[in-house]
Design a protein around this ligand. Sequence first.
Ligand SMILES: Nc1ncnc2c1ncn2[C@@H]1O[C@H](COP(=O)(O)OP(=O)(O)OP(=O)(O)O)[C@@H](O)[C@H]1O
Ligand SMILES: [Mg+2]
Length: 227
Amino acid sequence: MSMTIQIKNLTKTYSGDGVVTIALQDVNLALHEEEFTAIVGPSGSGKSTLLQLIGTLDAPTAGTIHYDAVDVCKLKGKTLADFRFASIGFIFQQFHLLPTLTALENVMSPLFPRKVGYDKKNRAQELLDWVGLAHKQDALPSQLSGGEQQRVAIARALVNRPKWLLADEPTGNLDTSNGEMVFQLLRKYQREHGTGIVFVTHDRHLASQTDRRIEMRDGGVIADTMG
Ligand SMILES: Nc1ncnc2c1ncn2[C@@H]1O[C@H](COP(=O)(O)OP(=O)(O)OP(=O)(O)O)[C@@H](O)[C@H]1O
Ligand SMILES: [Mg+2]
């Protein structure tokens, strides 16, 4: 059965220094795993806020998010950590690799504190190979190009084969050809594994190649286009 993330009446406000910012206002959306979905919109329109809430990294002010039957806003502590580990991978514009770990160790790092039913090193090597970096497994992040670092970050995000991959401007720090390479890797992964991908981008050309584009403005969804 196809997996869905159902978002209902989602609102997020930030308050501080007497100022209230409405980052998201009453967003309703259903995301489907078989759709490679792009989220586009101007700076400050709420894209990252939406992705952080979907990714359970932050809690909404109001509204609900269901992964199939699971109301993720109700999960806490270890249950939430376990759900996130099994279900969600993240990649960001900043690669956030650990500078003292090799590429292979970075890919393995989400598995360090976990019990899993497979060999951790073999799995990490498989993913590094998949992103075309088997030959760089002993390199430190400082010895890798930006495009290579992002590919290591992708391998790390996918190492436990999450059901969903959330990507916040993953090509934002890359030149056009590296950006295209990262995008095509994600596309290929989705086709091979059926992983749901939500891809925030400012790149109209990449967004035009996805299955669905959700356009945001001022904390709301103003357009939702398929094809
Ligand atoms: N931690 C925070 N505290 C206060 N306001 C915040 C916080 N995070 C985001 N905001 C505000 O919420 C709104 C939405 O921000 P968000 O980061 O989601 O935008 P975005 O669409 O991702 O923008 P960009 O394209 O620049 O990344 C903005 O007005 C922003 O200033
Ligand atoms: Mg953002």
